[in-house]
Design a binder for this molecule. Structure first.
Ligand SMILES: Nc1nc2c(ncn2[C@@H]2O[C@H](COP(=O)(O)OP(=O)(O)OP(=O)(O)O)[C@@H](O)[C@H]2O)c(=O)[nH]1
Ligand SMILES: [Mg+2]
Length: 734
């Protein structure tokens, strides 16, 4: 282990973008991300004296008690270190991300801040569902991957594989990994971003035991696999083994060499990342500053994570500085919040510790104090085109009501929930001041459990939560006729048609090519992008807004004042998409076209109170005309268990209205793919444990919506309306 670089050295390196790598770990749950991060920090001398990767001692990056208790990562954590490679020093800004699918939103957001990722794959388990998900998350942000095959010690010690068998296994993992890149990557990256053992973009080793190898490293240091296998067989004490490892094959050197050699620096990366994540004019001065990562350009910072000090309530906004220099005391503009604020502190990370540095330059992962915004916020000097929204692959599917132990503490709870949701953007909170019903919507049961416990333990605020509730969706089954919606004053009319969204559009939205939010009229870059996917520019120009995966099109012709009411039409659309006509559940999967409209000549008579109700009414009626129905969330899961439990699993899945659709035998084990309604999945983990005597586990592979069976439609709809305090029998859709 080296002695740590000084803060001065960190600060100096921060100004040399060519010598910076912004990266994250990413992997399926428990494949060893945090153990790896720990050993990197230890090697850089940036960790307190303790055995690196020693779980029971606690990982350095686990900042919350619950992470230590559950032995899993919940929050992403930012760390930085330095490394020498081919005679030069480099600054590595690293984010360790969680693997549990409930915390996957933290991975999505981390990917915005970085340009490359070390994907870990456990040598024993191989490619798992979440491996595929993290590759998707990375490629959506144009983040380049390298591969580290971890836990190779288990192949040696437990599976007792010989070198040939090990090699076979590695080749299989690399091939599967590259198949995923082939499937998921955009055309221009499919070949370029495949990994290869030969070029050294694949590493192998054991994060926990601190050793690693890659072809590049084996040549550089003249060691090979046999040396490591012999080491395990040598009968050396643990200390002697560690001494050999740190001297001959330390994993930090393998990983950091690989990161420096194969992952891009911010100047290279921003050239192709910016056009993908920022939809402004690339030829403007600001656009050029972003593309060139210009330290002297106009500043642009994206918040990717908020941390709130539980003791002092002090807020810190971590994220990526894409352009310019930010200094303490500078007044900045938050483009989403539309607010001016002043930067109180600028931090860079040294190890896990944020150090106050006065100013930071483009191309780094840093943190700001004194500005209070949400993750996803774009911070600039004046008003600018903000960055694209960071949309997570999965949506929250599980909901619980939450109330204070003492009813009079409700206002305090509302305050706390707002803070919690700010810190964890995967959590959605709906606060209903009328009914006093507050709902928290999370990614899974574990997510809500952690949230609940943190409110109780870290904030010392006792709460009660209800049974889990499912949030359903509303959509349509066919195309509607054209429906008229009249404004209350009868002077404005909208003619609206709805139809199920085409598979093509649904995919573009799911893949993030078309993002949520409003669209400007002359967004040429965007039109060209859509044209690549076969959408004519003429059609793309009609898109006005996307909300919950529904698209609003303006198909009117020659309406003189339409531009002036467009925002109101958009708002009316958004309101219905958030609360549909059947049970005020969110709508999905629709194309909504404004076919025609009649507007009052005088602007006074076509204000919000006139236009919005007319639009809402037309959309709702059109949905009813198009057979509006309730859809329910499903999850596609992968169940792993010994083959002898097949019958039990089959029964369990069927009892829960699920279907098995794929079974793969892997020796004694089987992998079963099944799909199940979320409404039936509460407590699945324990049901599965009892059905398989503790030997079965499951992972979420995908999320989708499907029609609630006809015989349940009416019942579920009434139940939701009742819960929301709406008249359950009122079908007038108010
Ligand atoms: N045998 C072996 N075990 C390892 C290795 N790396 C990690 N582990 C063990 O795997 C488990 C998970 O390790 P973590 O480092 O917490 O994995 P992670 O990917 O950060 O986990 P999450 O963040 O919760 O997804 C722990 O029990 C580690 O001790 C390794 O190289 N070999
Ligand atoms: Mg971890």
């Amino acid at each position: 282990m080296r002695s740590a670089a000084t803060l001065e050295e960190f600060k100096e390196l921060m100004r040399k973008p060519v010598n910076i790598r912004n990266v994250c770990t990413s992997a399926h749950i428990h494949h060893g991300k945090t153990a790896l991060t720990d050993t990197l920090l230890a090697a850089a001398g940036l960790m307190s004296e303790k055995a690196a990767g020693d779980l029971e001692e606690g990982m350095t990056t686990w900042q919350h008690k619950d992470e230590q208790e559950r032995l899993l990562t919940v929050d992403a954590s930012n760390v930085s270190m330095t490394h020498g490679f081919e005679g030069q020093r480099y600054l590595i800004n690293l984010i360790d991300t969680p693997g549990h699918v409930d915390f996957g939103g933290n991975v999505t957001r981390a990917m915005r801040a970085i340009d490359g990722t070390v994907v870990l794959v456990c040598a024993v388990e191989g490619i798992m569902p979440q491996t595929e998900t993290v590759i998707k998350q990375a490629l959506r942000e144009r983040v380049k991957p390298v591969l580290f095959i971890n836990k190779v010690d288990r192949l040696i010690n437990e599976l007792k594989l010989n070198p040939e068998q090990m090699q076979e296994r590695f080749i299989k993992i690399v091939t599967q990994f590259n198949n995923l890149i082939e499937q998921i990557a955009e055309p221009e990256f499919k070949e370029k971003w495949k990994v290869s053992i030969q070029d050294g973009s694949v590493g192998f080793g054991s994060a926990r035991e601190n050793w690693g190898l890659s072809l590049h490293f084996m040549k550089k240091r003249n060691v090979n696999f046999k040396d490591v296998i012999d080491l395990y067989k040598s009968g050396k004490t643990e200390q002697e083994m560690q001494d050999w490892i740190w001297k001959n094959a330390p994993v930090y050197e393998v990983i950091l060499d690989m990161v420096i050699k194969h992952l891009p620096n911010p100047i290279e990366a921003q050239k192709y990342r910016i056009p993908h994540i920022w939809r402004g004019d690339l030829k403007s001065d600001f656009g050029k500053d972003l593309v060139n990562c210009n330290p002297n350009g106009k500043p642009a910072f994206v918040i990717t994570r908020i941390t709130i000090d539980p003791k002092f309530g002090r807020e810190m906004a971590a994220g990526r500085l894409f352009s310019g220099t930010l200094k303490e005391g500078t007044e900045v503009y938050l483009n989403n919040a539309k607010q001016k604020q002043r930067i109180a502190q600028v931090f860079m990370y040294r190890g896990i510790k944020p150090e106050q540095i006065g100013e930071a330059v483009a191309g780094n992962v840093i943190a700001l104090g004194g500005v209070s915004g949400f993750a996803g916020e774009t911070i600039t000097l004046g008003e600018e085109q903000p960055f694209e929204e960071m949309r997570h692959i999965f949506e929250p599917v599980i909901t619980k009501s939450i109330e204070p132990a003492k009813p009079q503490d409700l206002p305090k709870l509302v305050e706390i929930l707002k803070k919690v949701a700010k810190e964890d953007p995967s959590l959605k909170v709906t606060i209903n001041l009328e009914t006093g019903e507050n709902l928290i919507h999370g990614m899974g049961e574990l997510h809500l459990e952690i949230i609940e416990n943190r409110i109780r333990d870290e904030r010392g605020f006792p709460v009660k939560t209800g049974e889990p509730i499912v949030v359903y969706r509303e959509t349509i089954l066919k195309e509607s006729g054209t429906v008229e919606g009249k404004s209350p004053n009868k002077h404005n009319k909208f003619y609206i048609k709805v139809e199920p969204i085409s598979a093509g559009y649904a995919k573009l939205i799911k893949d993030g090519v078309i993002s949520e939010g409003g669209f400007k009229k002359y967004d040429t870059e965007f039109y060209l992008q859509l044209e690549k996917y076969g959408i004519p520019v003429k059609e793309a120009k009609k898109i006005r807004k996307v909300c919950n995966g529904n698209i609003l099109f303006d198909e009117t012709r020659g309406i003189v004042h339409i531009g002036e009411v467009q925002e109101l039409v958009n708002d009316g659309f958004e309101q219905v998409m958030k609360e549909g006509p059947l049970a005020r559940e969110p709508c999905i999967g629709m194309k909504i076209g404004v076919a025609d409209c009649k507007l009052h000549e005088d602007a006074i008579h076509r204000g919000p109170a006139q236009v919005m109700p007319a639009v809402r009414e037309a959309i709702k009626q059109a949905m009813v005309d198009a057979n509006a129905v309730i859809f329910e969330p499903y999850q596609v899961i992968l169940i792993e268990c010994p083959a002898s439990y097949m019958g039990e699993i089959s029964k369990l899945v069927q009892n829960k209205r699920g279907q098995l659709f794929d079974i793969e035998h892997k020796g004694e084990q089987i992998d079963i793919r099944a799909r199940m309604p979320v409404a039936e999945m509460f407590g699945l983990a324990s049901d599965l444990r009892s059905a398989t005597e503790g030997r079965g586990t499951y992972f979420i592979v995908d999320q989708e919506y499907d029609k609630l069976p006809t015989d349940l439609q009416e019942k579920v709809r009434k139940k939701i309306r009742q819960r929301k305090g709406l008249n359950p029998d009122d079908l007038s859709m108010s």
